[in-house]
Ligand binder design. Structure first.
Ligand code: NAP
Length: 252
């Protein structure tokens, strides 16, 4: 027994990085998992194949979380395949560095549509299906409270996700559904690889590691372990929380 047998989880952005690790972890705990992606079909099917090899059940579904109609379809296909929903993990997200002077409407809209509107659309669909013991777990970033230059819109989108999650907790609590956020520090994924390859970036990362009490950058599993804990029965009394997974970079 692993604790999530019979449960169905939708994980957005599960083709790579943190989302792929979350899908694998929830499946290893017995959940049937819907692996959502938007572009990387092959990567999504690779995650699915790994889970199936280990005896898990999956559904792979393309949907852009920023598109309300596609999100609706994602949940309808989940209904058709599994007939229930117990856990939503809003993990899909994008990051773009943009100094203040060059922020424009397009950048703002792109980040907010995926990182915030996507969470709103998926949460709305999930809330129509979740019952007693349901879980909504949203992935935020330490940038919501520790400023990084040129990440203004991204940080604002994540701070908004945390505020939205607290509202979900208040609104859905009477139905026995919990809603929490995990805010992660830097995690080794494609998202961070994109801006950590140069020599100057390496110096920045070393400086950042010195500021992390546990003295390393996180791996996706550091985050998916906490998702599994929040998804489990043991976390039934935890709701409306923003839980830091930063190796101590941010303390509260
Ligand atoms: P990643 O490696 O870039 O992977 C992003 C995932 O999201 C991919 O599966 C991607 O699908 C999916 N995705 C992107 N836009 C989407 C959309 N519009 N609709 C559906 N799926 C979409 O990112 P990551 O580092 O794992 O980050 C995952 C989450 O953690 C994000 O919310 C991010 O903001 C947050 N986070 C990351 C870090 C970090 O240091 N890495 C730190 C704090 C918080 P495709 O493969 O199809 O493109």
């Amino acid at each position: 027994m692993h604790g999530l047998e019979g449960k169905v989880a939708v994980v957005t952005g599960a083709s790579r990085g943190i989302g792929a690790s979350i899908a694998r972890k929830l499946a290893s705990q017995g959940a049937k998992v819907v692996i959502n992606y938007t572009r990387n079909e092959e990567a999504a099917h690779q995650v699915a194949a790994d889970i199936q090899r280990a005896g898990g059940e999956v559904l792979v579904e393309r949907a852009d979380v920023a598109d309300e109609a596609q999100v609706k379809q994602l949940f309808e296909r989940t209904d058709a395949r599994f007939g229930r929903l117990d856990i939503l993990v809003n993990n899909a997200g994008i990051l773009e560095f943009r100094p203040l002077d060059v922020i424009d409407r397009t950048h703002f809209q792109r980040i907010m549509d995926t990182n915030l509107w996507g969470v709103v659309c998926a949460s709305q669909q999930a809330a129509r299906r979740l019952g007693q013991g349901g879980r909504i777990i949203n992935i935020s970033s330490a940038s919501s409270r520790t400023p990084f230059s040129a990440l203004g819109v991204y940080a604002a989108s994540k701070a908004a996700v945390e505020a939205f999650t607290r509202t979900l907790a208040a609104e859905l609590g009477p139905r026995g559904i919990t809603a929490n956020t995990i805010f992660a520090g830097m995690v080794e994924t494609d998202m961070t690889a994109a801006y950590t390859s140069g020599e100057s970036s390496q110096a920045m990362i070393q400086a950042m590691i010195q500021a992390i009490p546990l003295r390393r950058v996180a791996k996706p599993e550091d985050i998916s372990d906490i998702v599994a804990l929040l998804a489990s029965e043991s976390s039934q009394w935890v709701t409306g929380q923003s839980i830091g997974a930063t190796g101590g970079l941010v303390m509260s």
